[in-house]
Each structure stands twice: as structure tokens, then as C-alpha cells.
Design a protein around this ligand. Structure first.
Ligand SMILES: C[S@@+](CC[C@H](N)C(=O)[O-])C[C@H]1O[C@@H](n2cnc3c(N)ncnc32)[C@H](O)[C@@H]1O
Length: 402
């Protein structure tokens, strides 16, 4: 028998974001059309950012271990539980605590506990690519095995953010679970490498800044022809978070020796007294971004010290946010260190959007067990305004070339 969408019941797709951070994943979910009702995050600076940008979502500033149960939603809703438990312990750049001894590595159990309790139709577990290797893939295997034992079929995707219009090569792992046995095809890449969004296009129009810049809000420097920058800027004339770490004069002197795409190896040894021991250096140390390529991973600002492609200083919070695909209206809260951490921790919203769109597409098809959840209702009046309704269409990016 054929599939008849007109016979389907109206359903709302709601979600809960665990380990929500600044809300990168939530923003992508919203752009895909998901109504994110609840977010849980322990860090008060991150929840300030989350609340500022997602005024319609209830936010619990809490340790997830103290959240007994989730009650959000009606029985007619399609529910998605998503989140990315802390990943420092799984990151390949962290060889010290990348093992089962690291207590943070076990927080994924809290995620699974709430899956078991809330019984969402969909689950999205996100993490760094390093989780596929930590303890021989043990953690990832446990997540998948446990979800299977609760009746979920799972798909495992490793996605590069650059393929989805993010000006950054950043690979992330997603485990997508369906309680109805839906098959979810991996999201199709939107851009081929020759069309990747470059740092030049990403940062177009942003103001010149100096080392230690501390004026939060500034007007744009120029109008821009970059379709990506236009998408991020929308109709704004100025934006926030133009903050840059203040580096010591000897560090700025080192920056001056690094060409675009270069790193610490370009700095004369005489200026690298602290770094004489080359075994302690990796390619990310003193890396200057190249205008012609997407950025390398925006991670921990202190560890990686990314240098602006044309100015002898570190990246501003706003520049890093652009490279993560946060639009310019998205405001980060807290002091500069907290803002940098929030941006570096985030799932790029455009990548998250692609993941949730793939899920919603699958959700509108009949499942293995015959369940159908199509014909979704739009957001209710309580969820936030016009910014979320303007979904970025990444396909427009590939058409225009600067
Ligand atoms: C990788 S970040 C999540 C980023 C987020 N998904 C986004 O896209 O912006 C992990 C987050 O988990 C939070 N976290 C760590 N331990 C926690 C706990 N016990 N309870 C709740 N949140 C926790 C951290 O503060 C951090 O913001």
C-alpha cells in the first residue's frame, strides 16, 4: 500500500538538549524546524549565553546528575533527545586523560539514563571523532549497545562541518537512534572541497582589531559581497564579541614570522625559548589561518593560539563564532575566557541543522514498525521570533563567488 501523507496525524517535533553549552546544536535544531523546549547545562556563563539567544527554551543550570526526569511535551509530540557530553577526554589532542579513568568520560551514562526515562522517538548523541578510538572505541560501542538494548536502531556518522557550509574542517561523530526502526540516510554533503567556504569569505566585513581588543560592540568595517558573511550578518549594522586575548609583546613578535597556513616552525628558534623542546609542539601551535582555505578546528584558544590571517593577533570571539557558523546576532556572555570556551566547545549550527534535517526527512517517511510522524506542526507562538524562522539556505552559498 502506498504512503498517503494526507492521512497522517499532525505532530509537533520537540526536543531536549543535554550538555547544551552555548547552544550551537540547539540553534541548528531550530533552524531545521525543531522546537527545543528544555536545555540542561552546568556552566552558568554558558547558560547565560543560551538564555540570551534562545528566550523560549527553559534552561536548567544544573549538573545533569541531579536531573531526575524529563517531563516536557505531550504524548502526541515527536520527541528528540540530543546532546554532546564533554569531549575533552576523548579528544586526540588530550593524551593525558583520554581513558576510562577520566570521570568526565562517563557522563554519557547520564545521557543514556534520560533516554531510558523519557523514551524519545529520536536520539542524537554527538561527540569528537576521537571517541571512535578512545579505549579502542569502547565508549562509542557502549552508547550504541545500550541504545539497541532500549529498542533503538542506530546509525553512526562521521561528518566534516566544511561539507555543510561551515568555514572550518571539523569532524564530529553523531549516533542517531530511532525507536521506530527508521533508517536515516547520512546527510548528503552540500559543498565539494573546491566550494568550501574560506576564511576570507567567512570573516569578510568584520572590523580591524588590535591585540587585546576589548570594545565589545563595533560597526562592520565594510559592506561585503561574500554570501556567507551576508548570511551571518543579516540586516545588522554592528555586532558584539569583538574581544581578543592580550598577548605579551614577545608573543606578538613571534606571530609576525608566521605566514598564512604556517605555524610555530616558522618562528626563529631564538624567539622560541619556551618551545625549544620540539616534542611538546604540534602543528596547531602558533597556526596562522590561511585566507584561501576553511579554518582548522576552532578549539581551546589557549592550547591552539590561532593567529588572524592578516593581523598579528589572536582571533576575536566573533571571528571564531563566524568560523563556527554562529550568526552575528548570536551574543556570547561572560568574560572573554568563558566566551572563547563556549565558542570552541560548540557544534557548528549549520552542521547540526544538516543532522536534524536528515532526521526530520526520515521522520516523515513510514518506519520499519509502521509508525509515521509526518505533517509536522509549525512552532507554537511561545518559541522565539523571527531570527529562528529565517533558516539559512546553504545552497545559496555555493552559487556566489567573491
Ligand atoms: C561539548 S560541550 C556542549 C556543546 C553544545 N552541544 C553546543 O553545541 O554548543 C559540553 C558541555 O557539557 C557541560 N557539562 C559538563 N559536565 C556537565 C554536567 N555534569 N552536567 C551538565 N552539563 C555538563 C559543559 O559545561 C559543556 O558546556
Amino acid at each position: 500500500m502506498g504512503w498517503k501523507p494526507e492521512t497522517l496525524r499532525k505532530r509537533r517535533v520537540i526536543a531536549v538538549d543535554l550538555f547544551a553549552g552555548a547552544g550551537g546544536m540547539s540553534l541548528g535544531a531550530r533552524w531545521a524546524g525543531v522546537d527545543v523546549r528544555l536545555a540542561v547545562e552546568i556552566d552558568p556563563h554558558a547558560t547565560r549565553t543560551y538564555k540570551t539567544n534562545h528566550p523560549g527554551t527553559k534552561v536548567l543550570t544544573k549538573d545533569i546528575r541531579s536531573v531526575k526526569r524529563i517531563r516536557t511535551g505531550k504524548s502526541s509530540d515527536t520527541r528528540i533527545l540530543f546532546g554532546g557530553p564533554p569531549c575533552q577526554g576523548f579528544s586526540t589532542s588530550n593524551q593525558r586523560t583520554r581513558n576510562a579513568e577520566n570521570k568526565q568520560n562517563w557522563l554519557y551514562r547520564e545521557f543514556l539514563r534520560l533516554v531510558k526515562q523519557w523514551k524519545p522517538q529520536w536520539v542524537v548523541f554527538e561527540n569528537v571523532k576521537g571517541i571512535t578510538e578512545t579505549e579502542g572505541g569502547l565508549f562509542l560501542e557502549k552508547v550504541q549497545t545500550e541504545l539497541s538494548s532500549y529498542g533503538y536502531t542506530t546509525a553512526l556518522w562521521v561528518l566534516n562541518a566544511a561539507d555543510f557550509g561551515v568555514p572550518q574542517c571539523r569532524s564530529r561523530v553523531f549516533v542517531v537512534g530511532s525507536s521506530d526502526g527508521h533508517e536515516v540516510p547520512k546527510p548528503r554533503c552540500l559543498l565539494t572541497p573546491s566550494r568550501y567556504i574560506t576564511v576570507k569569505k567567512a570573516l569578510a566585513g568584520l572590523p580591524y582589531l588590535s591585540n587585546g581588543a576589548s570594545e565589545n560592540r563595533l560597526p562592520y568595517r565594510t559592506a561585503t559581497r561574500s554570501a556567507y558573511a551576508k548570511l551571518m550578518r543579516e540586516d545588522l549594522s554592528d555586532c558584539d564579541n569583538h574581544l581578543v586575548s592580550r598577548n605579551a609583546p614577545h608573543v606578538i613578535q613571534r606571530y609576525a614570522h608566521v605566514p598564512q597556513g604556517g605555524n610555530w616552525e616558522d618562528i626563529p628558534l631564538s624567539l622560541m625559548e619556551n618551545y625549544r623542546d620540539r616534542t611538546r609542539c604540534h602543528t596547531g601551535i602558533y597556526h596562522r589561518l590561511s585566507l584561501k582555505e576553511p579554518s582548522v578546528v576552532i578549539g581551546n584558544f589557549r592550547k591552539n593560539m590561532l593567529i588572524h590571517p592578516e593581523q598579528d593577533r589572536g582571533l576575536s570571539v566573533r571571528e571564531a563564532a563566524r568560523l563556527q557558523s554562529f550568526p552575528d546576532w548570536y551574543v556570547f556572555q561572560g568574560s572573554i575566557g568563558f566566551q572563547q570556551q563556549q565558542v570552541g566547545n560548540s557544534v557548528p549550527p549549520l552542521l547540526a541543522q544538516a543532522v536534524f534535517e536528515a532526521i526530520l526527512r526520515a521522520d516523515s517517511r513510514p518506519a520499519e514498525n509502521g509508525a509515521v510522524r509526518s505533517d509536522r506542526l509549525p512552532h507554537d507562538g511561545k518559541t522565539p521570533g523571527k531570527r529562528f524562522q529565517k533558516r539559512p539556505s546553504i545552497l545559496t552559498l555555493s552559487k556566489k563567488v567573491d
